[in-house]
Design a protein around this ligand. Sequence first.
Ligand code: GLY
Length: 372
Amino acid sequence: MTTHSLSVRTVSVDLGARSYRIEIGAKLLQQGLKYLLDWVAPEVPGKLRLLLVADSAVVETHARALALSLQAGGPEVHLLQVPSGESTKSSVQLQRIYDALVEMAADRRTIVAAIGGGVTGDLAGFAAATYARGLRFLQVPTTLLSMVDSSVGGKTGINHPRGKNLIGAFHQPMGVLIDPAVLQTLPDREYRSGLAEVVKYGVILDADFFEFLERNVTGLSARDPQVLSAVICRSCELKADVVRQDEFETTGLRAVLNYGHTFGHAFEALAGYGQLLHGEAVSIGMLCASRLAEKLGRITADVTDRQQRLLEALQLPVHVPSDLRDRPAEIVQCMLLDKKTEGRELRFVLPSRLGHVETVRGVTSEQALSVL
Ligand code: GLY
């Protein structure tokens, strides 16, 4: 990580020819023009043309102003709004992006930029990955969850009616622009949901970072700009390092990022998408996974207790909702359908101490259900 003028921190994602930078700085969005153009211009000869795909929730607050400031600097900018919410990761919305690209006569030099949360980034990224066999892509995440997770690492895609993220591609962005100041207006529940993924990084990779979070609960809850900037930066560094080592999820290393997600995805799907936010489901899922690790004799109870205390202090849910506890068969079915499952074997990412996890195979459904 490097820090330069205007308190902008840069995290590099080192992937050879696909390397890029994550720029993190308060009020960076307002200077987006300079930063975006600085990165993009040397790589794209001629007049810049950009399709800005924006979550409708941020059109009036951020996207329109960004489009105007970009246009004032010379590039041709087209703005396309997509609805907020998971159902936007659909073939219908994907087709709307393709239509907009056809309409503006996009060519290989055209850039797609996403501004919004993970849904917008995944959808626009997949359009960029597939249109004309691949367009350049920029991420401008505006939720905590997308800043610390989905905007980094190149996973793009849409949902199939029978499964989340079933249709997708790895397509790295050419840059990620993060302005933590936009988090000041994020709805509380959504903000806290993002904190669950931040806690996850501490548990899976960095015990010191976990301790930092424990010491900074007040700052995190108050959205203290300094704390936020440090937390986003460290989360991005940790994710970038995992992605660098296992970009295409082939060695199993990248799977560590799924800690809490096997249980979490099942809870999210069964509660009905949107009932339990992703981070809320992951919060409960991490504690289930940690209790499972205890049952299997991999950790002692204090590792789970510390996670529970931190998650509770951050006002995240820590108990499986009672109506879901009554649906064990469906929970197992969902966990087996998870696309990271191999064959019909339940596999979990489980802690072996704070700051370290391992993938554990051959867990029985009885063992998994015993921790609900
Ligand atoms: N969100 C998990 C990953 O990017 O691999």
